[in-house]
Unconditional design. Structure first.
Length: 219
């Protein structure tokens, strides 16, 4: 059993990560901005919900103390993406180090994966301008992680909407740095499986990798 702190625990990915980790018997600290809006899930005695700001180094150090690993699944739509993700990454790098936590598993974005060698999807001519700023926020996060001393991995799902309703299958595919197949759609539940697997059995270190669904089509 591990003690895992999850930042952004009230979001679509974060909620599933908390549930997945708790379901495996881990102790989970779910960090959210407003605990009144995100009570601990019923039937999950190993989950503790606390208030915290992932962009505040002191808050990260406080909430991460005593944990074995951290998960970054936080997002803000009311703050410029590059500003938020850079601040969060800097706070995580410093705060986790202060707390003695070295392993960080972060949920990334598929638009930073490559479509051909050296060419990221976000840099292709037809990539939507309105989505570019959000993607570059994640790029700023990556840049901070790369300079940090953390044992980090960023799991980047396909650059499409994930399935919020599909049940957990426990199956997924880890690729390299290329955009994976977009079908079938990866579910948030199986993304959470991949995240917790990387906490339990770290297989990728200081790298961004694609995570996608497994097709049942034998072709």
């Amino acid at each position: 059993m591990s003690r895992i702190v999850v930042y952004g625990a009230g979001g679509r990915a974060g909620r599933r990560v908390v549930a997945e980790a708790a379901g495996r018997g881990h102790e989970v600290t779910a960090v959210v901005r407003d605990p009144a809006r995100h009570p601990a899930p019923a039937g999950a005695p190993g989950v503790r919900v606390v208030a915290g700001d992932v962009t505040d180094l002191g808050d990260v150090a406080r909430t991460a103390a005593g944990h074995d690993a951290a998960v970054q699944a936080a997002a803000r739509m009311d703050v410029p993406s590059e500003e938020f993700y850079r601040a969060a990454a800097e706070a995580l790098a410093g705060g986790l180090a202060r707390a003695g936590v070295t392993r960080l598993v972060a949920v990334g974005i598929g638009s930073l994966l490559e479509v051909s060698p050296g060419v990221r999807l976000v840099d292709t001519p037809d990539f939507p301008a309105e989505a570019r700023a959000f993607s570059l926020g994640h790029a700023a996060e990556l840049a901070v992680f790369e300079k940090s001393g953390l044992d980090w991995v960023v799991l980047a799902p396909p650059p499409v909407f994930l399935d919020e309703e599909a049940a957990r299958t426990g199956r997924y595919r880890i690729g390299g740095g290329r955009v994976p197949d977009l079908e079938p759609a990866l579910s948030f539940a199986d993304l959470a499986v991949a995240v917790v697997d990387e906490v339990e059995r770290p297989a990728h270190h200081r790298v961004q990798v694609a995570v996608s669904a497994v097709s049942d089509d034998p072709r």
